[in-house]
Ligand binder design. Structure first.
Ligand code: FAD
Length: 499
């Protein structure tokens, strides 16, 4: 309510925010969570909460009048279409040199992502979080995060035989014929449910291609794991459609937080303020970086240091497709949940997720999202004239990532006698180099914050999301974001909140 005072306000309900809320509540502290997206608990006119990937509608995009699908065309036909302006689930947020895809709603990115739950190879960890003790992470916090997220491996026998992973088996065959390590990757999807989807016993979700605009059934999003447990404590309240716009020191101590209550067309229905003793920024790498950059530049939080907004990276994301021969059909039924990758990190700086292309028809295409080693880092800055935060990422920086991905796919194409698809990202375009699914950094650990995410300059302010990680996780990032949040909140509760 307007004018309320709360011990802790958490900005955002993604991985970092959900971990913070659960652990604080378990420690006996009342937590209020503000989330600018919808709650996603009410079915639409078709009886489903979420729209299908192949049929985007008003639920699919965050405040856009036209879809901006990551794969923008198919066989030369543009796929984007007009949709009503709505606080939909997937934000395609445009900066000058890159479109950053993010989940919007209670559960953050867990609502829209592929559920791939990857722990980085330990030898790569020093490049992910150079200042963090790897023994602690691999001994305690990665296991804790994997348990909390409900991460599980696919049943290998079922995987070998089910039609819905034919595309992944083709991916394996091509990787292995070219001598690349092929690795299975766990997922948060409920595998028992997926097996029942395959037999037709239950409504289909992953096997109906549901992913980008939400899963109606089998995915264990944060709403089914961390957030469910947090809310079961009775100490956590969540306000959906509430966007935090301002945080500044309050006269009597703590912080005055200003929130806009949004309508589903994105207009401001009301503005409220609450006083919070502590504020956790968990608005995601971009959300947290944008807020802090503006609050520092406009004088609301003047003592934040000059590392705010710096060190942002795209996790080296590039996408590509390959056109297979007729004998390597990838299947018209494809599970939307990826299970595997090609690991050429040590030799070529690329880890390629063997991704689904769930179109419902046979495409003879293999599709990949590569995570690559890249030296490029961008900075956010306050653009006072335009009243917005800019990001100085340059499209040409993706060339390093393309080169790394080519260490895998040029070799596979040569071996198989195949070519790249040129129809998925516009006409005659091989590389999806305009986007990222994995924004990281902008309030980097031990730079903008101390060793546990406490922001420098103002006590009682914390960063606890992907903004802490300096730009690359070497694999898909949410397990690392969760594990780092588990590490930091444990220390913060012990040192700052048990008095
Ligand atoms: P988020 O999960 O982004 O949560 C931030 C939340 O804060 C959002 O709900 C947002 O609406 C809210 N917010 C932002 N600003 C404000 C504000 N001012 N006020 C109130 N609320 C605010 N990662 C993997 O590891 N495996 C995958 O398979 C995978 N697949 C992906 C597929 C797609 C299509 C996308 C987009 C991402 C994928 N990711 C995947 C990435 C993963 O989802 C993100 O890394 C992760 O969600 C980031 O967690 P976070 O806690 O930093 O923030």
């Amino acid at each position: 309510a307007d004018g309320a005072a709360v011990p802790v306000l958490v900005v955002g309900t993604g991985y970092g925010g959900s971990v913070a809320a659960l652990r604080l509540a378990e420690a006996g502290i009342d937590v209020h969570m503000a989330e600018m997206g919808q709650s996603w608990d009410t079915p639409g006119p078709d009886g489903n909460v979420f729209a299908n990937t192949t049929k985007p509608d008003y639920r699919s995009f965050w405040l856009r009048t036209r879809t901006k699908q990551p794969l923008s065309s198919f066989l030369g036909f543009p796929l984007d279409k007009d949709v009503p302006l709505h606080t939909g689930i997937l934000d395609a947020e445009d900066f000058a040199g890159i479109t950053v895809y993010q989940g919007r709603g209670v559960g953050g990115g867990s609502l829209v992502n592929g559920g791939m739950a990857v722990t980085p190879r330990r030898e790569n960890f020093p490049s992910v979080l150079p200042t963090v003790d790897a023994d602690e992470m691999y001994g305690v916090y990665y296991p804790r995060a994997n348990a909390g997220l409900g991460v599980a491996e696919v049943d290998p026998d079922w995987w070998e035989s089910t039609a819905c992973y034919q595309y992944a088996r083709v991916g394996r065959k091509h990787a292995q014929r070219s001598g690349f390590p092929f690795v299975f990757v766990p997922n948060v999807y409920d595998w028992a449910y997926m097996k029942q989807e395959a037999t037709g016993a239950v409504p289909k979700s992953a096997l109906a291609g549901e992913v980008l605009y939400g899963n109606n059934h089998g995915k264990k999003t944060l709403r089914k794991t961390y957030l469910a447990r947090a809310q079961a404590t009775g100490r956590v309240t969540v306000s959906p459609l509430h966007r935090v716009t301002d945080v500044r020191p309050a006269d009597g101590g703590g912080y005055t937080v200003t929130l806009d209550r949004l309508t589903t067309t994105g207009t401001v229905a009301a503005t409220k303020t609450v006083t919070a003793a502590r504020v956790f920024f968990a608005a995601g790498s971009v959300g947290t970086s944008k807020l802090l950059t503006r609050l520092r530049a406009t004088g609301a939080l003047p003592r934040l240091n000059s590392e705010i907004g710096r060190g942002w990276g795209d996790n080296g994301n590039v996408m590509c497709g390959r056109a297979n021969h007729m004998w390597d059909a990838t299947g018209k039924l494809q599970s939307a949940m990826p299970t595997a990758g090609i690991d050429n990190w040590s030799a070529g700086g690329a880890f390629a997720e063997v991704a689904p292309l769930p179109t419902g028809i046979e495409t003879y295409a293999s599709f990949y999202l590569s995570i690559t080693r890249t030296p490029h880092r961008a900075d956010f800055s306050w653009n006072a004239a335009a009243n917005r935060v800019d990001l100085d990422w340059q499209r040409s920086w993706k060339q390093t990532s393309i080169d790394a991905a080519k260490t895998i796919f040029d070799k596979i194409n040569a071996k198989e006698g195949t070519i790249y698809r040129t129809d998925l990202f516009g006409a005659n375009k091989i590389w999806g180099d305009h986007l990222t699914y994995h924004p990281l950094g902008g309030a980097v650990l031990d730079k903008a914050t101390d060793h546990y995410g406490r922001l420098h300059g103002h006590s009682g302010l914390y960063v606890i999301d992907g903004a802490l990680i300096p730009g690359c996780a070497t694999v898909n990032p949410f397990v690392t974001i969760t594990a780092l949040a588990e590490r930091n909140i444990e220390r913060i509760i012990a040192a700052d909140l048990r008095t």
